[in-house]
Write a protein that binds this ligand. Structure first.
Ligand code: PLP
Length: 432
C-alpha cells in the first residue's frame, strides 16, 4: 500500500509519516489506537463529537435511513426528515431565525451564508453591499469565502483574499485580561472599530459582519464583556447583517443551545455544523431570519429564488443522524449541562495549571478551554509539543500554536477531567 496516496488535510504529511497516529476505534470518551492504546478524547474529535463516541441510537438511525431512503435529490424534491430537522432547529434557534438551509460542512455553510447576505441585500435593491467584515484570528472554514474571511494568517496568506473582506483587531489581550474566568472584562471598545470601518467603506457597500461568538481555532478567544452586543448595535444602525458562525459554539458547548442565546445577542444568521450530527455524518446548516428568507423569496422573479445548493444538501442519512442526535441532546439535557457543575469543574481544573512552566494565560467558557504558553524561538510551537507528548501519554488535546485547547464531549465526567489534569501535568513536565 502506498501510504502517501492519501494527502492528509491540515497535516504535516512528512511528520505524520515519520510518526503516524492511527486510530482504529472510538467509544464514549476514548479512542483506541492501532497499537491498542486508550486515549482520552478531550477535544470531541475536532470539536464535533459532542455526544461522545459510538452512540447506538445514532448508528441505528443512520442504518435505517441508508436502507429505506439512501438518497433523495434536494433540488426540487423533499423527504420528511429534512423538514422535521429544519423545524426542530428553527424552534431551538433564537428569535426569528426560522429558516434552515442545509449544507455538508461548516465551510459550505459559511460560503452559503455569505452568498445569502449578498442575495438578501440585492433582493432589497442594495446590490452594492458586497463587503464583509470579519475578525483577526477568525476561522470560517476553507472554501473561498471562508478563506477570505479567515483571520489566521497561516491559513490565508498563500491563497490571497477572493472577496472584499476587512478585519477587526484581535481581542486577545493577555496583558490586561490574563487568567480571566469566562468573558474578559476589558476590550469592549475594540468593537467600535466596526463603526469606523463601515463609515470608511460606506454602509451602502457593506453586506455583513461574520463572527464566531467565541473564536475556536484562533485559540479559544472569548469576546470581551459587551463586545458582541456592541457589534449587534452597530450592525443594526447601518443595515449590516450580523452572521454568527456557531460551528464550534452551538449544541451545548457554552451551556445553551447556541452562544447567541448564552450571550443574549441576536444574529441575523447562524452557521451550524459539527455537533449537528455529533460528527457522525458530514452536515452543516445556515439558519436565517424570516426577514432574509421572506425578502429573497418574495422579491425574486418566478423560478428558483436562490441559485445555490449542493447535491448532498439535506442528505437523508445526515438528516436521520441529526434528528437522532437532537433526541439525545434533549433527553439527556446536554445543551445546558455545562452550567450544571461540570463547566465549573473544568474551569477550576484548568486554572490550577497557572503555575505550570511557561503558562501565560488560561481561558475558558462552558466546556471550552485553553492554556497558553509563552512563545519561544523553537521550530515546533509549545502547544504542538504538548499535544504530541500528551498523545504519547494517552490524552488528546489540540495544539494550536502556543496554546493547547480542550473541548470535551458534553458527556464528560469529573473523573475524566481529573485524568486529563494528571496526563497534562505529566506531559508538560516531560516536554517543557
Ligand atoms: N467555522 C468554524 C467556526 C469552524 O471552527 C470550522 C471548523 O473547524 C468551520 C467553520 C469549518 O467547518 P468544516 O471543517 O466542517 O468545513
Amino acid at each position: 500500500m502506498r501510504a502517501d496516496a492519501h494527502w492528509m488535510p491540515f497535516t504535516s504529511n512528512k511528520a505524520f509519516h515519520a510518526n503516524p497516529r492511527m486510530i482504529q476505534a472510538a467509544s464514549g470518551m476514548y479512542w483506541t489506537t492501532n497499537d491498542d492504546r486508550q486515549i482520552l478524547d478531550m477535544t470531541a474529535g475536532l470539536w464535533c463529537t459532542n455526544l461522545g463516541h459510538g452512540r447506538e441510537r445514532v448508528a441505528a438511525a443512520i442504518y435505517e435511513s441508508a436502507t429505506t431512503l439512501d438518497y433523495a435529490p434536494s433540488f426540487g424534491f423533499g423527504h420528511d426528515s429534512s423538514f422535521e430537522l429544519a423545524d426542530r432547529l428553527a424552534r431551538l434557534a433564537p428569535g426569528d431565525l426560522n429558516h434552515v438551509f442545509f449544507t455538508n460542512s461548516g465551510s459550505e455553510a459559511v460560503d452559503t451564508a455569505l452568498k445569502m447576505a449578498i442575495a438578501y441585500h440585492a433582493s432589497n435593491g442594495q446590490k452594492g453591499r458586497k463587503i464583509f467584515i470579519s475578525r483577526e484570528r477568525a476561522y470560517h472554514g476553507v472554501n473561498l469565502g471562508g478563506t477570505a474571511a479567515g483571520g489566521i494568517a497561516t491559513n490565508t496568506r498563500v491563497f490571497g483574499r477572493w472577496g472584499d473582506v476587512h478585519h477587526l483587531a484581535d481581542v486577545l489581550d493577555i496583558e490586561n485580561n490574563a487568567f480571566s474566568r469566562g468573558l474578559p472584562a476589558n476590550g469592549i471598545e475594540k468593537a467600535d472599530e466596526l463603526e469606523h470601518l463601515i463609515n470608511f467603506h460606506g454602509a451602502e457597500n457593506v453586506a455583513a459582519v461574520i463572527a464566531e461568538p467565541i473564536q475556536g481555532a484562533g485559540g479559544v478567544i472569548n469576546p470581551p464583556e459587551g463586545y458582541l452586543a456592541r457589534l449587534r448595535e452597530i450592525c443594526s444602525k447601518h443595515g449590516v447583517l450580523l452572521i454568527f458562525d456557531e460551528v464550534v459554539c452551538a449544541f451545548g458547548r457554552t451551556g445553551s443551545f447556541s452562544a447567541s442565546q448564552e450571550f443574549k445577542v441576536q444574529p441575523d444568521m447562524m452557521i451550524l455544523a459539527k455537533g449537528l450530527t455529533s460528527g457522525t455524518v458530514p452536515m452543516g446548516a445556515v439558519v436565517c431570519s424570516s426577514e432574509i428568507y421572506q425578502s429573497v423569496v418574495k422579491h425574486s422573479p418566478v423560478g428558483i429564488e436562490f441559485s445555490h445548493g449542493y447535491t448532498y444538501s439535506a442528505h437523508p442519512i445526515a438528516c436521520a443522524a441529526a434528528n437522532a442526535c437532537l433526541d439525545i441532546y434533549q433527553e439527556e439535557q446536554l445543551f445546558s449541562r455545562a452550567h450544571n457543575g461540570i463547566g465549573q469543574y473544568l474551569e477550576d481544573v484548568l486554572h490550577n495549571f497557572k503555575d505550570l512552566p511557561g503558562v501565560v494565560d488560561i481561558r475558558n467558557y462552558g466546556l471550552l478551554g485553553a492554556v497558553e504558553f509563552e512563545a519561544t524561538d523553537e521550530e515546533v510551537p509549545t502547544g504542538v509539543k504538548v499535544f504530541l507528548k500528551a498523545w504519547e501519554n494517552g490524552l488528546m488535546v489540540r495544539g494550536l500554536g502556543t496554546a493547547i485547547v480542550v473541548s470535551p464531549p458534553l458527556i464528560v465526567e469529573p473523573a475524566h477531567i481529573d485524568e486529563f489534569a494528571v496526563k497534562l501535568v505529566k506531559s508538560v513536565g516531560e516536554c517543557i
